[in-house]
Write a protein that binds this ligand. Structure first.
Ligand code: ADP
Length: 654
C-alpha cells in the first residue's frame, strides 16, 4: 500500500538524501491534508497514484486504501464490495465503473456521488501536467451549511447594532464590527476569545469609557453592569464620555450564553428631547393665553369703577383748600392711578393683537416705565442712574407694549436688588450702536446675577426661581415675545460680580432726527367746546362730563347711540366722545350713522373704550376711523383727545 507518507504520520527520508526535497514533500503533504476537499490522483492509464486523508473520511475507506498502480476499475469494485460506494438503482457494477471512467477521462465537473450513509458528494475531474487525472470531491451539503453560516456572519457584521456573544460562563466568544467601532476603536484593546466579561468591563470603566452616574463608585457601576448581564436586562441605558447614548439589552441564548446588543440611540434621544421641549412650549403658550384671557376679563371689569375713582380723585385735588384733606385725596389719586396703570399693564400683557408700530421716542417710553415700575426701588433707597442719550433716533414701536417690557425689566431688577437696600444700583442707559445703527436700551442692576445654569431658561414661559406668589415666570417670556414682535432683540449678560444687564435692541427709523421735545402737547388748545358724551354706564358718563366741565367745556350726556342721535337732531356739537360697547347702538354703528347723515361730526368723533381687547373694537380702531383712549380714564389723555379732535376738525375756539 502506497499512500502519501503524511497519512502515516511521519515524513519518510528521501532515498537520495536530498533534505530540500524532503522539506518540499513535507510541505506538500501538509497542504493536501489541510484541504477540506478529498483528492485522488490517477495516472494517464487510470492507475492509482495517491489520495489524501479526507477521501478516507468521506468514503470510510481507511481499511481499503488502494496501492499505487491499482487500476481504477479494481479500486471501485473493492469500494463497492466494502459498501463505500452505493450503486444507483438499475445500474450494474460494470456500468457504474464505465460511467465513472468516462466522466473522469472527459474531465467532467460536479459529478454526483452518493456515499453509503446517503450523503451526496460532488466530484470533478482535472487534467494534470503528466496527462493524469486529479479527482477532487467535496461535501456539497457541508459547503451549503458553511455558505449559510457565512451569510449569517455577513449579516451580523452588517448590523447597525453592536452585538457580542458570551458563553454560559460569560466568557467572550465573538463580537461584530459595530461592537468594535463602539468600544474598541480607541485605546481599549479588543477582548480575546475566552476573556471574562468582568475583565472587559473593568478595562472599559478604568479607561473612562462610560459616564458613571453622579455619586456612584466604579465598583458599584461594575456590579450594576454585571447584574444587567445576569438578569438578562433589556433597554438599560449607557452613556459614553464621547456623548453617545446606547440602549443595551441582554438576551439568553439556547446554549445558556449571553447575547448583548448595543443600539446607538443618541439621535433618537435628541429628537425626543426636542419634541418634549416643543410640547412644553406649546403647553406653556396655551397656559399663557388662558391666563391672558383671564387677566383681560378681570382688567376689563375693573376699568369703569377705576375710571370713577381716578377721575374724581383727580378732580377733587384741585377743589379742596384744606391741605390735610387735599393730601389725603392726593394719596387716593396716586393709589388709584397706580391701580389704573396696573390694569392697563395687564391689558397690554394679555393683548394678543399685533404691535401697533408708530414712530416713538424710546427715552419717553423708558421714563414712563420708570415712573410706574421704579417706585419700589425708590422706596428701598436704591440709586437710579438714568443716562438717556438725547440724540437717540426714533424707533418704530408700540409704546404701550414697550413700556411693559421696561416695567418688567425694572421690576425684575428691583427683586434682584431687594437684599442690597441702599447699596442697590439701577442703571438705565440708552445709546445708539455705532456698528449696527440700532437703538439700544440697557437695564443694569448690581444684584447677584443669574446662575449660568439657568440663563438659557429665563425666557421660557413660567420659568421662575422666585417663591410661589412672588414670581410667575411670565415677565421675561412676555418681554421676549414683544421685542421679537418689533423685529428687535432682547439679550442678557450676567455674572455674580457685575450683576445683570438686559439689552433691548431696536432698529432706528431711517433718517430720523434726534429726539427733541414732546411729540404731542398734552395741553388743551381750545376751551369751551360743546361736547356730547355717550356712555351706557351713567356714573361713567357723569364722570366724563364733570372732568370735561372742569376743563371748561359744555357737556351733554347720552346713555346710548340712539339717544345720542336724537340729541344731535336738536343740538349742535363740536365734538362727540363715545363709549364703544353699548346695548342699543354701539360705537361703530353710531359712527357709521353719523358718516351718512353728519360726516362733519363723524370727523370729530372719539372713542373712550374699556374693551380694548374685543375683536370688534380692535378692528374698528385699527381701521383708523377715529382716535381713542382707553379706560380707566386719565385726565391728561382725555384732554389730549379733545384737543386732537378739535384741531383735526378745525373747531375754532369759542
Ligand atoms: P419672574 O420674575 O416672575 O420669576 P421672569 O420671567 O420675569 O419671571 O424671570 C424669570 C427668572 O429670571 C426669575 O425668576 C429670575 O430667576 C431670573 N431673573 C430675571 N431678571 C433677573 C435679574 N435682573 N437678576 C437676577 N435674576 C433675574
Amino acid at each position: 500500500m502506497q499512500t502519501l507518507p503524511a497519512r502515516s504520520g511521519e515524513a519518510e527520508a528521501d532515498p537520495s538524501g536530498d533534505t530540500q526535497n524532503v522539506w518540499t514533500q513535507t510541505r506538500f503533504q501538509e497542504i493536501l491534508e489541510a484541504l477540506d476537499e478529498a483528492l485522488v490522483l490517477w495516472d494517464s492509464d487510470l492507475n492509482f497514484v495517491l489520495s489524501n486523508r479526507r477521501l478516507d473520511e468521506m468514503f470510510d475507506t481507511r481499511d481499503i486504501t488502494p496501492r499505487p498502480g491499482d487500476h481504477i476499475a479494481e479500486v471501485m469494485r473493492c469500494q463497492m464490495q466494502h459498501g463505500s460506494l452505493s450503486l444507483p438503482d438499475g445500474l450494474s457494477a460494470g456500468q457504474m465503473i464505465s460511467r465513472w471512467i468516462a466522466a473522469i477521462t472527459r474531465y467532467e465537473k460536479d459529478i454526483e456521488v452518493a456515499t453509503k450513509d446517503g450523503r451526496i458528494l460532488n466530484a470533478s475531474s482535472h487534467r494534470t501536467g503528466l496527462n493524469g487525472y486529479l479527482v477532487t470531491i467535496r461535501d456539497a451539503q457541508r459547503s451549503a451549511y458553511e455558505d449559510r453560516l457565512a451569510a449569517v456572519n455577513d449579516a451580523i457584521q452588517a448590523l447597525d447594532e453592536g452585538l457580542v456573544l458570551y458563553d454560559s460562563e460569560m466568557n467572550f466568544v465573538i463580537g461584530n464590527r459595530k461592537l468594535h467601532d463602539i468600544f474598541y476603536r480607541g485605546e481599549v484593546p479588543h477582548p480575546q476569545v475566552g476573556e471574562n466579561v468582568v475583565d472587559t468591563m473593568k478595562r472599559l470603566i478604568d479607561s473612562e469609557f462610560y459616564v458613571i452616574p453622579d455619586g456612584q463608585s466604579k465598583s458599584a457601576f461594575l456590579d450594576q453592569m454585571t447584574n444587567t448581564m445576569k438578569t438578562y436586562r433589556k433597554n438599560a441605558v449607557l452613556t459614553s464620555q464621547a456623548g453617545r447614548v446606547y440602549d443595551t439589552s441582554v438576551h439568553k441564548t439556547a446554549l445558556g450564553g449571553y447575547l448583548v446588543s448595543f443600539s446607538d440611540i443618541t439621535e433618537q434621544r435628541r429628537i425626543e428631547r426636542e419634541l418634549e421641549h416643543q410640547r412644553e412650549i406649546t403647553h406653556q403658550n396655551e397656559k399663557l393665553s388662558a391666563l391672558g384671557e383671564l387677566l383681560a376679563g378681570v382688567a376689563h371689569e375693573l376699568n369703569n369703577p377705576l375710571s370713577i375713582v381716578v377721575g374724581y380723585a383727580q378732580m377733587l385735588q384741585d377743589q379742596i383748600d384744606d391741605p390735610l384733606i387735599s393730601r389725603r385725596v392726593e394719596r387716593i389719586a396716586e393709589a388709584a392711578e397706580r391701580s389704573a396703570k396696573i390694569v392697563k399693564a395687564f391689558l397690554a400683557m394679555a393683548r394678543q393683537r399685533p404691535a401697533q408700530l408708530e414712530e416713538c421716542r424710546l427715552n419717553d417710553v423708558i421714563e414712563n416705565a420708570l415712573s410706574v415700575g421704579a417706585s419700589g426701588l425708590r422706596s428701598s433707597g436704591a440709586q437710579i442712574d438714568l443716562q438717556l442719550d438725547k440724540a437717540l433716533p426714533l424707533v418704530m414701536a408700540d409704546a404701550d407694549q414697550m413700556a411693559q417690557v421696561f416695567i418688567n425689566l425694572i421690576v425684575n431688577a428691583e427683586h434682584a436688588l431687594a437684599d442690597l437696600g441702599e447699596g442697590g444700583k439701577l442703571l438705565v442707559r440708552t445709546s445708539r450702536n455705532a456698528r449696527t445703527g440700532d437703538v439700544v436700551a440697557e437695564i443694569r442692576d448690581n444684584g447677584p446675577g443669574i446662575d449660568p445654569d439657568i440663563q438659557s431658561r429665563i425666557f421660557e414661559p413660567f420659568f421662575t426661581t422666585k417663591d410661589v406668589g412672588a414670581g410667575t415666570g411670565v415677565g421675561l417670556a412676555f418681554c421676549h415675545r414683544i421685542v421679537d414682535g418689533h423685529g428687535g432683540r432682547l439679550t442678557v449678560t450676567s455674572n455674580a460680580r457685575d450683576g445683570t444687564s438686559f439689552f433691548v435692541h431696536l432698529s432706528a427709523v431711517d433718517g430720523s432726527g434726534q429726539e427733541t421735545g414732546s411729540p404731542q402737547g398734552k395741553t388743551t388748545n381750545g376751551r369751551n367746546h360743546q361736547i356730547l358724551v355717550v356712555d351706557d354706564e351713567e356714573h361713567v358718563a357723569d364722570l366724563i362730563r364733570e372732568l370735561l366741565e372742569f376743563m371748561g367745556h359744555d357737556v351733554t350726556t347720552a346713555t346710548g347711540g340712539r339717544e345720542a342721535l336724537r340729541c344731535i337732531d336738536s343740538q349742535e356739537f363740536d365734538i362727540i366722545l363715545s363709549d364703544f360697547k353699548m346695548p342699543d347702538l354701539d360705537g361703530a354703528g353710531f359712527h357709521a350713522a353719523l358718516e351718512k347723515t353728519r360726516p362733519d361730526l363723524a370727523a370729530r368723533f372719539g372713542i373712550i373704550t374699556g374693551d380694548a381687547m374685543g375683536q370688534k373694537v380692535l378692528t374698528f380702531l385699527q381701521s383708523g376711523a377715529c382716535p381713542h383712549i382707553e379706560k380707566p380714564i386719565d385726565v391728561s389723555e382725555l384732554s389730549a383727545l379733545v384737543d386732537q379732535l378739535a384741531t383735526k376738525a378745525g373747531v375754532s375756539k369759542r
